[in-house]
Every structure is written in C-alpha cells, then in structure tokens.
Design a binder for this molecule. Sequence first.
Ligand SMILES: Cc1cc2nc3c(=O)[nH]c(=O)nc-3n(C[C@H](O)[C@H](O)[C@H](O)COP(=O)(O)OP(=O)(O)OC[C@H]3O[C@@H](n4cnc5c(N)ncnc54)[C@H](O)[C@@H]3O)c2cc1C
Length: 399
Amino acid sequence: MSVDNLVGRRRVLAGGGAAFLLAALEGCGQGILKSGRVDTSAPPLQPRLQLPPLHASPDRITRITVCTRPFRAEGPRLDLEQIGSKTIVHNYGHGGSGWSLSWGSSSIAAQKAMATGARDIAVIGCGALGLTSGLLLQRAGAHVTIYAKDLPPNVRSSLATGVWSPDSRICLEEHATPSFNALWENMARQSFLTYQTLLGLPGDPVEFIDTYGVRDDAERQTPPTPPADDRPPFADLQRKLIGDLIPNSEDFAPGTHPFGARYVKRYPMMMFNLTAYARLLMSDFLANGGKIEISEFHSPADFASLRQSTLINATGYGARALFGDESVIPVRGQLARMIPQPDIHYGLFYQHVSFIPRRDGLVFQVTGEDDYYGYDDAGTTPDRAEAEHAVNTIAGLYT
Ligand SMILES: Cc1cc2nc3c(=O)[nH]c(=O)nc-3n(C[C@H](O)[C@H](O)[C@H](O)COP(=O)(O)OP(=O)(O)OC[C@H]3O[C@@H](n4cnc5c(N)ncnc54)[C@H](O)[C@@H]3O)c2cc1C
C-alpha cells in the first residue's frame, strides 16, 4: 500500500533534495542548517509522513447521492414469520452496518431458511443482504431466485460509503443486551473473516487502506461522540467486543505530516469498492445457477404468487412500507462523489467530514457531530451546499 510512505528525511534528501522537501523539513526545525544542508552532527531525524496530495475541489464532483439507512432501535430483524403458506425469514434493519455485517447476518438467515427443509428458496431484495443471503443459500445447496424491484447499482446499498463499520447505527445502547451483543459479535466476526477471503482480487472489491484522523488540537477524540442532548446513545460495540480485530493506531505530531500544525492519527481501515464488489456478488450468484426476477411486492400477500414456500426478506428500508414496520427509521446520508484519483490510497477524517479513496469515485461525506445526524429524515434530495462543504473541508487540509 502506497500510504506506508514514511520516508526518513535523510533518505529523501539523499535521493534528490528537492527544494520543496527542504522547505517542508525546515518547518520541523530540526537537523537542517541555514545553508540548506543536513546537520550530520544532529540526532537522527524523526520520519516524516509523505502522502500524495488529493485534488479536491467542488468542480470535480461528478455525482451527489442520498440514501436512507434502515435503522431499528433494537437492531436488525432476524426472526421467522409465517404468512399464509409462506415461511418468511427476516434479514433487514442493519442501519449503517449493512455491508459490514452482511455475511454474518445472512449466514444466520440462510441457516434458518435451510432448517425449514426447503431447497428451492426465494430471496426478496438484491442489496447487500439479499446478495449475500443468495450466495450463502447456494453454498448450502439450495436453488435460489432473487426477486427484487431494483438491482445494483440502483439499490440503496450501492449508495453506501463502503467501509467496515459493523456497529454504525446498529442499535441503541439500551437494546445492546448480552444476547444481542453475542449475536452481533458472531455476525461481525463471521463477516470480518469472510471479507479477508475477498482481498487481493482483480478490481480490488475489498482492500485495506490507511486513514488519517486529523485534529486541530491535541485533545484526543474518542468516538463515538455521545448525543449533545438527552436522546439515548447508540451502541458502541466494536471496541468492547471485537477490539482484537482493530489494529493499533499511530500518532503524528505537528511537523511530521503534510497537514500543517495539526495532530494526526493513522489507523488501517477495510474499504469496499462497491461497484466492483456488487458486480462480483452478482456474477458469482448467477454463475452458481442463481436466477434474478424483477418484481415489486406491495404487501406480504403478494408472496402468494411465488412458487417457493420459504423466503428470506432482505428488503432493507423497503420493509418499512412492505411490512408496515415503522420500527425502521430512516437515517439520511449523503455522499459527494468525485473523479477517481488512482494514486490516492488513503482516507481522511477531519472536522466531521470523511474522505474515502474509492476506486469507483472518491467519496466525501459530512458525518455530523453524532449518530443522530440525518435521523428520521427520509428526504433524498441532494444538498449541493453540504457536498461542497465536505469537499472544501478536506481540501482545506492541503492549503
Ligand atoms: C450514506 C450511507 C452510508 C453507508 N455506509 C455504510 C458503510 O460504509 N458500511 C456499511 O456496512 N454500511 C453502510 N451503510 C448502510 C448500508 O448501506 C445498509 O445497511 C445496507 O445497504 C442495507 O442493505 P439491504 O440489502 O438491507 O437493503 P437495500 O440495499 O435497500 O436493498 C433492498 C432490496 O430490496 C428490494 N426491495 C425493497 N422493497 C421491495 C419491494 N416492496 N418489492 C420488491 N423489492 C423490494 C430493493 O429493490 C433492493 O433490491 C450506509 C448507508 C448509507 C445511507
């Protein structure tokens, strides 16, 4: 990964001594003589973080997308429901964690569907949860048909940020009971392991990047930020339950990185290049003999027209209307997409804005001060001002 570009200052100077680098090093005030030569009597210099600059400007925005996270205060719905002659296995309501938890959650749903004895199984929905449900059912020996109103790239899943975020708006803290925590941990660990099998593939559907959290002051931010008012906090499960999967972070003091007098923390992060990844899931599903039919269901009674008696319901936010489940709360999220920049393999987080270097288009996003940002907002009209604010905030790091 090209972001591991911690180049010793001595090595950089020996390799060319560009004036630009000298100027940068002088900013650190150590080991450089006024003549511009290296003071070899000085103690070894601290390595300096070198990162290729990002070309971030609003005129490079190619698309602004908005979508709603399917949040449920009590977490995803994974129970069985009998409707007429059909057994429905629910697999929806994953908030901001749907991609991250998909393999683990869909594995539970697939096991429940297989336990009915059926081997010809319908999956309703073709997003992150529907596709992984379909693939896992196939691996368990079932014939699978996906029925969905929309397919990637026209599903909500295709409008996600695309990072490993397994506890993002997954439930409220008050619902993170010991049994929910055990379920979540199982889903998260299983998904994490499955994602490791998807690294290194052509098109990089899944890859690790380094992300730099940038702060203006030395005070350490400990995410997640609790809500400023008396609303109940969201669950924070990752550090508590799967801390062993989180690699160590590394701090960079002012003067040892390209972002001026700021404080920087580097941490590795798993990223999903969703265009390539969704295509991979679709093509694997079809190559395994899976069928896809475009259908819209207006109520569960419409399932009577299907030949299959066992169904996995992976309709995401659509379950709110289809099943009248008002426990599904929309949490609006907007991405500004920008012309890809192939030499950028690092992410940034600064002043509540995130940047992800997706291969299928750079992603800028205002994340808000806490997880209530966008809560109960089903509006999907793009906000150009918000998009430009996201881009300009990140661009400001390079001035
Ligand atoms: C801005 C934003 C950023 C996000 N970032 C991340 C992230 O970085 N990492 C992460 O893990 N998660 C992230 N998420 C969350 C993630 O995108 C969702 O949890 C996930 O996409 C839900 O997937 P799904 O398959 O349940 O639903 P969907 O993708 O909405 O798929 C639902 C499927 O069901 C079909 N359907 C729905 N209703 C009907 C109906 N009545 N009849 C027929 N078909 C129907 C749809 O056509 C579609 O095929 C983000 C979400 C948002 C909004």
